[in-house]
Design a binder for this molecule. Structure first.
Ligand SMILES: [Zn+2]
Length: 215
């Protein structure tokens, strides 16, 4: 009698353990990524993710794939900027969105340039999935002329840089105005960088692009 009950008890313990593991595995697998790929929200937004290639200031690929992720609300705001620009025959080309903290540390270790690279101790809004680097393109997808190249660490990149051609300054202003309408804020040192108005509400992340994609 005693032996049978003990056997039955251990049988139920195993069943309980298996059930627990199944529920645990299911909930872990169903865990949603806090980020979404921009092109899933609006496939008409172009991307040119330089950090996935050696064509960047670090001269080496820093990302495992050429994908651009943002917080969902931020991507939706960006999509509205794209729709607004399309009414004027223009569009967006995104160079960078979410950046894992590990990559930020790597950049800072080589170029500790306040104003151009955020100190990973504080975290960049890119690490929060709430900042985006981008430019304007025309109806054929050609980049509009801007006062400096993307990621150029010089005063030509400053938002108030008075040099360059009138057309370049006009394009820089058009990008800023289009982004501001949806609540993005530019910074003084880089014409291509914009922070979401609620950027600081999001925590810094250090997940891989594979985890960001949810697989
Ligand atoms: Zn940026």
């Amino acid at each position: 009698m005693f032996g049978r009950r003990s056997k039955r008890n251990s049988y139920w313990s195993v069943v309980r353990l298996v059930l627990f593991l199944l529920v645990f595995a299911a909930s872990a697998g169903a865990e949603e990524s806090p980020l979404i790929e921009i092109q899933k929200v609006n496939p008409r937004i172009q991307t040119d993710v330089r950090y996935a290639t050696a064509d960047n200031f670090m001269k080496e690929p820093l990302y495992s794939s050429a994908r651009c992720f943002l917080r969902k609300e931020v991507a939706e705001r960006l999509s509205r900027v794209q729709e607004d620009l399309e009414r004027r025959g223009l569009g967006l080309k995104v160079f960078d969105g979410y950046r894992p903290l590990a990559v930020q540390k790597k950049m800072w270790a080589r170029f500790p340039l306040e104003g151009f690279i955020a100190n990973p101790a504080k975290g960049s809004n890119h690490n929060r999935g709430a900042a985006v680097d981008l430019t304007l393109v025309d109806g054929e997808g050609r980049e509009l002329a801007m006062p400096s190249a993307y990621d150029e660490f010089s005063e030509r990149s400053h938002r108030d840089y008075a040099g360059g051609t009138e057309e370049e300054r006009r394009n820089r202003k058009a990008l800023e105005e289009a982004m501001q309408k949806e609540g993005f804020k530019g910074i003084s040192t880089e014409w291509w960088h914009f922070d979401d108005k609620d950027a600081k509400n999001y925590p810094v992340l250090d997940i891989s692009f594979e985890d960001a994609a949810g697989h």
